[in-house]
Design a protein around this ligand. Structure first.
Ligand code: DAH
Length: 449
């Protein structure tokens, strides 16, 4: 998972999906952004372009589409189902017994580098900050790469329990489960000592003197604090997946690493004969709470990808579907308009053939070719949602060349194009392919073969 210790972002593993031609609404810039030579403009605010700027116009067009606010959109349904779980299960004590968690789902996706990384203790040299993995507006601002970016501001505003849902943006591979804009929900819950140990007449201190963290706990956390927080976190999230997938769903916890939590875990569920990772979570770093003025409390946090859950729950095979306005997709979710828990299984409505084209080139890079995400981006820019997946199909080193020679190593990527709505024409794909080739030669510093 993102920001995890082993960065496995290069993901030419599965296959598929996405498009410009593919049903972008006529006016896609409602609430979107505009890129000019000198600035990026979003919501009337201008961000001066600098050497770091890499947000693209197609991406800026996604801003403000508010998919998860459309009452029959599967992302909306998932969001509501999660809200429903938290509302039903967690209430403030009597007499108010109001829902404990505040639900925020309209928080703007432009954040500062400080919010996205620094306030979450992501080290200055952490690979998650790379330009190749994010959409920067300039050196100070980016499109949030995760909803964790809002933890600190809502803690500072005094909230103790909240859920933040929003669109997040990452440069990534092209396949059926990855899209440069997707949706996450962040959950945070803080506790005082009395809240964490409700049955103790004299609740223990949450904290101890400490200097070094161990694998099991943060140094200043009382072992009992960590133990109860872990139990509360895990039972909350196991309850959530049972609420979504049914009481029989098999779950498994695995240790993880995130800069903002310790200890950290991921939750896997067993679905259709395989284990699938569905969320990351952990005990919040006390430094984050201290910085946000909540030093007397402790807390846990989690982050979950909504497309992933919706794809599993509704059997949606390709992430591009979330962006279509084609009625044959959204019509299938009509039954949920009046019942968010309606049982729906998506029925594919098309089986158009894939059309593939290869792009091969020489590079000096050897095995360390760093331009893979740039290639993905170029393909998305030129093909929009017509590109389904991209896979590396060949690599070799030229026996007659030395490292550093222009023709030292050869890469071949297969670009697979398909629309779910119509058969693509060879001529249109040829045109797209030519434009991709030209941009690859121009932008990646490689020699086309
Ligand atoms: N922000 C992480 C990501 O995007 C997910 C995550 C992991 C959120 C652990 C959390 C957490 O709040 O505690 O991959």
């Amino acid at each position: 998972m993102y920001l995890a210790s082993t960065i496995t972002r290069s993901c030419l593993r599965l296959s598929s999906r996405t498009s410009t031609l593919w049903n972008r609404p006529a006016s896609s810039s409602a609430g979107g952004g505009t890129l000019t030579d000198t600035h990026v403009e979003i919501n009337g605010k201008q961000y001066a372009v600098d050497g770091i700027t890499n947000a693209t116009q197609p991406l800026l067009d996604k801003l403000g589409q508010r998919l998860h606010h459309n009452p029959i959109h599967p992302l909306h349904l998932i969001k509501r189902r999660i809200h429903e779980y938290f509302e039903k299960t967690y209430r403030k004590p009597n007499p108010s017994s109001a829902p404990l968690f505040t639900c925020l789902d309209d928080v703007h996706p432009v954040v500062t580098v400080q919010q996205n990384f620094d306030e979450l203790l992501v080290p200055a040299d952490h690979p998650a900050r790379a330009k190749g993995d994010n959409y920067y507006l300039n050196k100070d601002y980016l499109l949030r790469a995760h909803t964790s970016a809002h933890q600190a501001e809502f803690l500072r505003s005094g909230l103790d329990a909240f859920l933040v849902t929003g669109d997040v943006y990452r440069r990534d591979c092209v396949d059926r489960t990855h899209y440069p804009c997707f949706h996450q929900m962040e959950g945070v819950r803080l506790y005082t000592s009395a809240e964490l140990f409700p049955n103790e007449v004299h609740p223990p201190s949450l904290f101890v003197e400490g200097s070094e963290d161990t694998a099991e706990r943060q140094s200043t956390h009382n072992p009992a604090t960590t133990e109860v927080l872990e139990k509360e976190l895990k039972s909350t999230l196991e309850g959530l997946v049972r609420h979504l997938f049914g009481a029989d769903i098999k779950t498994e916890w695995a240790g993880e690493y995130f800069p903002f939590t310790h200890p950290s875990w991921e939750l896997n569920i067993y679905f259709q004969d395989q284990w699938l990772e569905v969320l990351g979570c952990g005990i919040m770093r006390q430094q984050i709470l201290d910085q946000a003025g909540a030093s007397s409390k402790v807390g846990w946090a989690f982050g979950v990808g909504l497309e992933r859950l919706a794809m599993i729950l509704y059997g949606i095979p390709d992430i591009r579907f979330f962006w279509t306005t084609y009625h044959r997709f959204l019509d299938q979710f009509e039954p949920a308009r009046n019942d968010i828990n309606a049982q729906i299984q998506f029925t594919p409505f098309s089986k158009f053939a894939v059309c593939h084209k290869d792009v091969s080139f020489w590079t000096t890079a050897g095995k360390d070719f760093a331009g893979e995400n740039d290639l993905m981006e170029i393909a998305r820019e030129e093909a929009g949602d017509l590109i389904e997946w991209i896979e590396k199909v060949d690599y070799f080193e030229n026996p007659k060349a030395k490292p550093g020679d222009a023709k030292f190593s050869s890469y071949c990527y297969r670009l697979n194009f398909r629309s779910h709505e119509r058969q693509l024409l060879n001529t249109e794909i040829n045109d797209i392919q030519l434009r991709i080739r030209a941009k690859v030669a121009d932008k990646l510093g490689v020699i086309l073969r």
